[in-house]
Design a binder for this molecule. Structure first.
Ligand code: IDP
Ligand code: MG
Length: 172
């Protein structure tokens, strides 16, 4: 299967409301400490994505061992965990049509030095580790990760006033 951000998006959906997704973004300590919170939030808002939840949190080793379970055995895990606990992070729930793949494409490749210019990592990061944001990589993982960082009542289902100008009626 091609990488998520190279997949062709479905553009001929007829029924509304069947491809709205919510994804998890973490603004990492490399974002918070470099005072880039506003710039990164602005990018998601400008794209037409809806902020459904947002809060500052201090992560600990237990949640990071879960969140990065696929990396706990890698030699860089202790440094990665330390970098994620170096200051508070900002957790965001972001909604939109096909939001998981859209946000992942906006994030760019893991290593900021090879990430495409125009992506968040390609514009703000020079590092494989200190790469500004986390974004869920699949619809399944988005659901798991949102539940890890947010209680249900912290994710809001309000309708964006601009919805009719962000999507065609057959897209949402
Ligand atoms: P992703 O964030 O692009 O999904 P993953 O492979 O899931 O990339 O890795 C999670 C995070 O672990 C990365 O965002 C990065 O901060 C860190 N990381 C991944 N690979 C390395 C590495 O080789 N050295 C240091 N940190 C790494
Ligand atoms: Mg990942």
């Amino acid at each position: 299967m091609p990488p998520l951000h190279f997949q062709t998006f479905n553009s001929d959906k007829v029924f509304i409301d069947n491809n709205m997704e919510t994804t998890l973004v973490l603004l990492k300590p490399s974002c918070v400490q470099r005072q880039l919170i506003g710039e990164i939030v602005h990018r998601f808002e400008r794209r037409g994505l809806r902020i459904a939840g947002m809060k500052m949190m201090q992560l600990d080793e237990a949640i990071l061992r879960e969140h990065y379970a696929h990396l706990v055995d890698r030699p860089f895990f202790p440094a990665l965990a330390a970098s994620m606990m170096a200051s508070p992070i900002v957790a965001m729930a972001i909604s939109g049509v096909e939001a998981v793949s859209v946000v992942r494409a906006m994030t760019g490749y893991t290593n900021g030095r090879v990430a495409d210019p125009g992506t968040i990592r390609g514009d703000y990061s020079m590092s494989n580790q200190q790469n500004i944001v986390h974004a869920s990589d699949s619809i399944e993982n988005a659901a798991i990760e949102l539940a890890r960082f947010f209680r249900p009542e912290e994710i809001f289902e309000y309708e964006s006033a601009t919805l009719g100008f962000i999507y065609a009626t057959n897209e949402r």
